[in-house]
Ligand binder design. Structure first.
Ligand code: GLU
Length: 284
């Protein structure tokens, strides 16, 4: 099978050194495997995405020496496809609407002051709206996956595995029912604020649509991979491999993506640094 990977940035700001590392790692892996490197613009959050950031993504990647085939896939044009996936999950009775705010979630936790249990998406949802039935897609409501029902539907979830090829936890991983139910919980599949598919849903559908065989991305998404494998199993999408690379940190050890002032690739370019100079900064 031909190796296919992708870089999937969101155009919510300029690409920084962490993005450069991710894109260059994916590009290098595609070349090593004589495969393909694809680009996908994850512009689902229309309130935060801007065309000028998208234009800068293309300029930065080209400057780094990265090329990709057209057309570039955009998340925004794929709403109907995500909606069909949600309809399928609705038919299986695995999803429910949720109107909880962040505050509702914190209030519903038995002892939030003692530290709420955390999963890959932050606080694990306490299940307040779990009894509710779907009634089409209502504006202002999120849609959550009923994790217990999803696990029950699949039967022995340990049948579903994926290969990690990155520097951490390399090897075969399997889904684990207890971990999914208690360590992940009822994740959001459609967001009420933007009224569209949440990242976990769009990413698995789009990786399958682009024929991706290995997703290359930062180690911060390692924990989310079990969610992606579960959704692939529920939606009957192909299993892919994952390569979670190291994160680029600043001198204080802080993750660059978390810093508002993370230095943009375009800034280095304006300051006269060469692409090779940027690569050297991130250890490439
Ligand atoms: N848009 C996501 C990000 O920038 C992509 C994550 C992924 O590669 O799966 O974090």
């Amino acid at each position: 099978m031909t190796y296919v990977t992708r870089f999937a940035p969101s155009p919510t700001g300029p690409l920084h050194l962490g993005h450069a590392f991710s894109a260059l790692t994916a590009y290098a892996r595609a070349q090593e495997h004589h495969g393909q490197f694809l680009l996908r613009i994850e512009d689902g959050d229309i309130s935060r995405c801007r065309p000028e950031w998208e234009a800068l993504i293309y300029a930065d990647l080209r400057w780094l020496g990265i090329t990709w085939p057209d057309p570039v896939l955009h998340v925004t044009v794929r709403e109907d496809i995500y909606a069909s996936a949600l309809e399928l999950l609705e038919e299986l009775d695995l999803i429910y609407p949720c109107s909880c705010t962040r505050r509702d979630v914190m209030n519903a936790l038995s002892a939030p002051q003692e530290g709420a249990p955390l999963g890959p998406d932050g606080v694990i949802y306490p299940g307040t709206c779990r009894h509710r039935e779907m009634n089409g897609f209502q504006p202002g409501e999120a849609i959550r996956l009923n994790m217990e029902k999803a696990v029950e539907f699949l039967g022995d979830v340990s049948r579903f595995s994926w290969r990690e090829t990155g520097p951490y936890e390399t090897g075969t991983h399997r889904l684990d029912a207890g971990q999914l139910i208690h360590g992940v919980g009822d994740i959001v599949l459609a967001r009420k604020d933007i009224g569209t598919a949440a990242y976990h849903l769009s990413v698995v559908i789009d990786d399958a649509a682009q024929g991706v065989t290995e997703a290359v991305r930062g180690a911060d998404l390692m924990e989310a991979t079990q969610i992606h494998r579960l959704l692939q199993a529920l939606l009957d999408l192909p299993e892919i491999a994952y390569h979670h690379h190291r994160l680029i940190r600043d001198d204080d050890g802080k993750r660059l993506a978390k810093r508002a002032d993370a230095k943009a690739i375009s800034k280095f370019r304006e300051e006269g640094l060469s692409p090779e100079g940027v690569k050297a900064l991130i250890g490439l």
